[in-house]
Design a binder for this molecule. Structure first.
Ligand code: MN
Length: 493
């Protein structure tokens, strides 16, 4: 991932003469080097030669498209760059673009300002000319405004780089569905896989559970011993899982599942996967611990065949890499509806990612009421407090809709000693009543990718790059306006 880069493209024109162009190039190099220093941005920043004509611009855009390392381009017009020159290149550009609206010189030199200064520092109108043509072309892009050394500008560019990285991941994402099916009769977990591959690049294919069972059978005892030792070192084990305990074999089987699934995913080049409790043929238990730990290592996951959420979890893992806080598959499970204290208790049968855990998870084993298999092992923990997002993608028939809700996670006030699964507690924004109402209006699923490490704005930017509708539910949501937005979007789509 550290090999990925964004290209810094500076626009100008030949009118100003070589001396000015030399200064433009020197400034661009200095700025790109600043962004590239000390990991200020999460990818490398490569300065490209100043662009002064349509052929060079066109060539640069094609080179960006062809470069596997380049995840996006940052454009900036140091001087005036007549923007008809950009049309041929920009209409071909297939990589994400951020327009950095900045100026090399921060402070106006009040006592010394002359026309040389004015002619060099003209992004105030050069960037407006560029902005017009981008708007005229209806190109989705990010705009970042401010002096290039300001912390907020660096943070916004950094966020966009993370989104661009996720968009690059999307283009090559392979998703395997163990059992190859959705939960029977469930609507929201389905969708058009061909459309998803055309639009996002996701390759989504099923494998018989028997293929996985075969891989599990190849796991050696010594590997299982090693894996169980990792569990013992990392988690607090329930007494029945300890050596000699009643469920020690269940733990050894969970280890076999983790090793076998990890091998299957690695060997197949998969970045995300789904399971379904309706097809556990030949599996001794529903994989719980394995799914949790694979998610924690960056794999996307969706239960019940939910490949859309699996992909979203993976893309959000890429976006949040290196940040505090985690990303998990999640389900809106049950409610606390005491007036004035309303909140959501989120969990799943087993598969919540320990990257969102506060404190050390406990490793437990409990029977599962559905599926009719051996008691599966799982990590039990609670997510911590703080702002978070819940995101889901739904297939509206002919088009995908990303729904992003800002939520506020709460530390549980009460112990839940009989709840045998990991959980998170939150209040949707703008408040429980309107937040849940808005989610239902938009057709949001019960499955989400849930995170304290990704922002709603980053997900909106991802939707823009993927060219899909995004419904953002947050503190400013007004139900009447949302209804109109959805109605207009549905009529257009
Ligand atoms: Mn579910």
């Amino acid at each position: 991932m550290s090999e990925q880069e964004v290209w810094f493209l500076t626009g100008s024109q030949e009118l100003y003469g070589q001396e000015t162009l030399n200064q433009v190039a020197a400034h661009a190099r200095e700025m790109a080097a600043y962004f590239d220093t000390q990991g200020r941005l999460p990818v490398r920043v490569v300065c490209k030669p100043t662009l002064t004509g349509p052929d060079a611009i066109h060539r640069m855009c094609l080179e960006a498209n062809a470069s596997p390392a380049c995840v996006g381009v940052i454009t900036w017009m140091h001087t005036f760059s007549p923007s008809k020159m950009w049309i041929r290149g920009l209409t071909q550009l297939a990589k994400p673009m951020a327009h950095l609206h900045t100026q090399y010189n921060r402070e106006l030199p009040w006592g010394q300002i002359d026309m040389d200064f004015m002619n060099l520092n003209q992004s105030a109108h050069g960037d407006r000319e560029f902005g017009f043509v981008v708007a005229r072309l209806r190109l989705e892009h990010k705009i970042v405004v401010g002096h290039w050394q300001d912390a907020d500008v660096i943070a916004e560019l950094g966020s966009w780089c993370r989104v661009a990285r996720a968009a690059a991941e999307s283009r090559s994402l392979k998703i395997v569905r163990f059992g190859g099916m959705n939960m029977r009769e469930v609507a929201v977990t389905g969708g058009d896989r061909v459309q998803a591959e055309i639009q996002f690049g996701w390759s989504i294919n099923g494998h018989a559970v028997g293929d996985l069972v075969q891989r599990l059978s190849e796991v050696r005892d010594a590997e299982i011993e090693q894996q169980v030792a990792v569990y013992e070192a990392t988690y607090t084990l329930a007494p029945s899982l300890l050596r000699g305990g009643e469920h020690r074999e269940n733990l050894r089987h969970a280890a076999r599942q983790e090793i076998g699934m990890r091998a299957f995913l690695t060997e197949g080049g998969y970045g995300a996967f789904t399971t379904t409790f309706e097809d556990l043929y030949g599996l001794n238990q529903l994989p719980g611990l394995a799914c949790q730990r694979l998610m924690a290592d960056g794999y996307g996951f969706g239960a019940e065949g939910d490949w859309k959420t699996a992909a979203l979890v993976r893309l959000m893992k890429v976006m949040s890499a290196g940040r505090k806080g985690g990303v998990s598959f999640m389900e809106d499970y049950t409610y606390h509806l005491v007036k004035g204290e309303e909140k959501v208790l989120g969990a799943h049968m087993l598969e919540v990612c320990p990257s969102i855990a506060e404190g050390k998870p406990s490793l437990e084993v409990h029977p599962l009421d559905i599926g009719g298999k051996a008691a599966p092992c799982r990590l039990v923990f609670s997510a911590g407090a703080g702002p978070a997002v819940a995101a889901t993608m739904v297939d509206m028939g002919g088009r995908m809709r990303l729904i992003v809700q800002e939520v506020d996670a709460l530390r549980p006030e009460h112990a839940m000693p009989k709840l045998p699964v990991a959980r998170a507690l939150w209040v949707p924004r703008p408040d429980f009543k309107r937040g849940a109402h808005a989610w239902l209006l938009a057709g949001g699923a019960h499955h989400t990718a849930w995170s304290q490490a990704v922002t709603a704005e980053e997900l909106e930017d991802l939707a823009a790059i993927l060219d899909i509708e995004c419904v953002h539910i947050g503190h400013g949501t007004d139900l009447a306006a949302l209804k109109r937005e959805l109605r207009w979007n549905d009529r257009q789509g």
